[in-house]
Design a protein around this ligand. Structure first.
Ligand SMILES: O=P(O)(O)O[C@H]1O[C@H](CO)[C@@H](O)[C@H]1O
Ligand SMILES: O=c1cc[nH]c(=O)[nH]1
Length: 239
């Protein structure tokens, strides 16, 4: 079948998918954690692999950056490839002052001012939710791994760089967002519309208030704890 953005045939993609933003992180994950690997997509270098994890079939594929890119890939995975479960494993910036670098957030909701959902489906709300059961399983798995982890709301922004200073009192204080990423809103909304399951795990990579951040190499390769939590949780849904 293939699409304009994905050369995989339907049967080459598993029903459960792990999606980091960075396609090179997808390659790293696939090569480190999966066996019997097959490269199933490299259109636009958005690398995707299908392989075995602890005896079950899974796909790992990049989403790219921003709601536009995540919107395309997750739409196709849910609606053209019949995927049932997608977990995003990404990096995020911290808003909550007491978050630590490398701390993990399991999203319980996502706020955005993005027009993505309105454009996609006519949804007028600014908050979307993950699949509750999937999210609870991610959190339980994080606790089993002994990870430094908290559950909470995340802001999905269309901007990584801002000319106007972010209103942290509004985003963190009033709206209750622990941190910020750029894709969760599109993934969770697409899943809700398709009546499929999606959830998000994020590792804190930047803490602007504390002037702390991870290096480029750390963003590509140091998220093993989050990745294992995501894979072990997806395993419970895999065939
Ligand atoms: O690490 P990933 O998953 O790409 O996520 C975050 O990192 C990128 C910005 O550096 C954005 O895509 C943001 O959502
Ligand atoms: O969206 C993001 C991701 C990582 N760090 C940020 O500051 N923002």
């Amino acid at each position: 079948m293939a699409t304009a953005h994905n050369r995989a045939q339907r049967e080459e993609i598993a029903r459960v998918v792990l999606m980091p933003g960075d396609p090179l992180r997808a390659k790293y994950i696939a090569e480190k954690f999966l066996s019997s690997l097959v490269l199933i997509n490299d259109v636009r270098n958005m690398l995707g692999y299908t392989g075995m994890y602890k005896g079950k079939r899974m796909t790992v594929m990049g989403s790219g950056m921003g709601c536009g890119s995540m919107g395309i890939y997750s739409h196709e995975l849910f609606n053209k490839y019949d995927c049932e479960v997608i977990v995003r494993a990404g990096s995020c910036g911290a808003y909550a002052p007491d978050l630590q670098l490398k701390e993990i957030i399991v999203e319980d909701s996502c706020y955005s001012e993005s027009t993505y959902a309105r454009t996609y489906s006519g949804y007028e709300g600014s908050i979307v939710y993950p699949d509750e059961e999937l999210s609870n399983r991610l959190y339980a798995q994080a606790q089993q791994h002994g990870a430094l982890c908290r559950k909470g709301r995340v802001h999905t922004s269309d901007c990584f760089y801002y000319k106007k200073k972010e209103d942290l009192e509004d985003l963190c204080g009033r709206k209750g967002c622990l941190g910020v990423d750029m894709e969760s809103f599109a993934l969770l909304h697409n899943a809700a519309v398709a009546q499929k399951k999606a959830a998000v795990l994020l590792t804190v990579s930047d803490h602007p208030q504390r002037k702390e951040k991870l290096s480029r190499e750390e963003r590509e390769r140091s998220f093993d704890e989050m990745i294992e939590i995501a894979l072990d949780t997806l395993w419970t849904y895999a065939e």
